[in-house]
Every structure is written in structure tokens, then in C-alpha cells.
Design a protein around this ligand. Structure first.
Ligand SMILES: Nc1ncnc2c1ncn2[C@@H]1O[C@H](COP(=O)(O)OP(=O)(O)O)[C@@H](O)[C@H]1O
Ligand SMILES: O=P(O)(O)OC[C@H]1O[C@H](OP(=O)(O)OP(=O)(O)O)[C@H](O)[C@@H]1O
Length: 182
């Protein structure tokens, strides 16, 4: 049985990572997304992450519970080590990663692919305002970090401008990922 592929979904806040992953999972039976562990309060409209305290996160980290972890937006994010089992059983997984950990992720998980989502600044600003999860000052902080080059050597990268309906974007992303298997 071939190993599953870890598919990193990256890009600036508001670009539509969570929305696209939901549409891709709905369109492709068997494709799953990783449930992240985050020190962020639960959000019914959000990604369905596992919420932990800072102390619990630190304990899990010390116990080797995360395959990848990083800090962003004043939060801590972890990818549980259990993803390795799903991948070893041949399942492809989508995971919302920070662009800062792509090189680590590629070194640790093979096969690997990157969906790099991009959108114009005014689109990002409008979406973050509409989402309403962050207050004005925090939206500004997210927008200031919007444009970041991906590290050299990660890939293959599929770049998608998300100024289109999510269902159309999902078809586009799946065609790029599974062209040989459509
Ligand atoms: N393709 C799209 N077209 C229109 N609105 C979108 C699209 N993708 C996401 N949105 C909206 O933009 C906001 C941010 O989307 P989200 O998936 O949370 O982005 P990210 O996870 O990249 O921060 C949400 O309110 C969502 O409904
Ligand atoms: O280092 P960057 O590539 O800029 O990413 C910063 C953070 O944003 C995303 O998280 P999350 O989806 O929780 O935040 P968002 O909805 O604001 O994108 C991503 O998973 C990182 O944790």
C-alpha cells in the first residue's frame, strides 16, 4: 500500500484555507483534514480544532504529542503525531500549516504537496471583516503578514487565487492534486 500524501494548505489569513478544505473534503470521498490542536477557544463556525490551554499544550509538546508545532497570532498550534498512522495507511490528509513550517513538514512527510492560496489585499481585508472572528487591530496584524514567499525547495506547489466560488476552487485544487488519478 502506498503512503498517503500530506497536503499542506497555506496562505494569508482570510485567503480561504478552511473554506477550501471543507469544499475539497466534501468533493472527494476518503480525503480528510487534520484536526489541529490550538490554544484558541472553540468556534462553532470554525475548523473544529481541539482547544487546549497553554499548560496542556506545553505538556503535550513535552510528551512528544506533536509532529509539527508553531506559534502564530499569539496562539500555539500543533499537528498531532497520530497523522503518521493515517498516512501510513495510505490516506491523503489536508492540513492548514504556517508557511514557516513548510520545510520541516516536507522533511518529515513524504509524499508531500503544497496548496498555496493567494488573493488580493482588498479581498483579504473584506473577508476578514466579514468573518468577524478577529477585532480590527488583529485584522491589521494579519493583513501585514499577508505576503510571505514560500521557502526554497518545498513542493510540488499548486498556487490558486481564491477570488472564485469555493466549489470551483475545490475542483481546481483536486484536479491539480489528482490529475493522474481523476
Ligand atoms: N472562495 C471564497 N469566496 C468568498 N468568500 C470566501 C471564500 N473563501 C473563504 N471565504 C470567506 O472568507 C472568510 C475567511 O475564510 P477562511 O476559510 O476562514 O480563511 P482562512 O482559513 O484562510 O483564514 C470567511 O468568512 C469565509 O466565509
Ligand atoms: O505563518 P503564516 O503562514 O502567516 O500562518 C499564520 C497562522 O495562520 C494560520 O492559522 P489560522 O488558520 O488559525 O489563522 P487564519 O484563519 O487567520 O489564517 C496558519 O495555520 C498559521 O497558524
Amino acid at each position: 500500500m502506498s503512503r498517503g500524501r500530506l497536503i499542506a494548505v497555506v496562505g494569508p489569513s482570510g485567503v480561504g484555507k478552511d473554506t477550501l478544505m471543507r469544499a475539497m473534503v466534501a468533493a472527494r470521498p476518503g480525503l480528510r483534514r487534520v484536526r489541529r490542536v490550538i490554544t484558541r477557544p472553540a468556534d462553532p463556525a470554525g475548523e473544529g480544532h481541539e482547544t487546549v490551554s497553554e499548560a496542556e499544550f506545553a505538556t503535550r509538546l513535552k510528551e512528544g504529542g506533536f509532529a509539527l508545532h508553531w506559534r502564530a497570532h499569539g496562539l500555539r498550534y500543533g499537528v498531532p503525531v497520530g497523522v503518521a498512522l493515517d498516512l501510513s495507511m495510505g490516506r491523503d490528509l489536508l492540513v492548514n500549516l504556517s508557511r514557516a513550517v513548510l520545510a520541516q513538514a516536507q522533511a518529515r512527510f513524504r509524499p508531500f504537496a503544497v496548496l498555496h492560496l493567494v488573493a488580493a489585499p482588498e479581498v483579504l481585508a473584506a473577508r476578514l471583516a466579514a468573518r468577524g472572528r478577529e477585532a480590527g487591530a488583529e485584522i491589521g496584524e494579519r493583513l501585514s503578514g499577508a505576503v510571505q514567499a514560500l521557502p526554497e525547495g518545498v513542493g510540488p506547489v499548486i498556487e490558486i487565487d481564491t477570488d472564485a466560488p469555493p466549489e470551483w476552487l475545490a475542483r481546481r485544487a483536486l484536479a491539480g492534486l489528482y490529475a493522474e488519478r481523476v
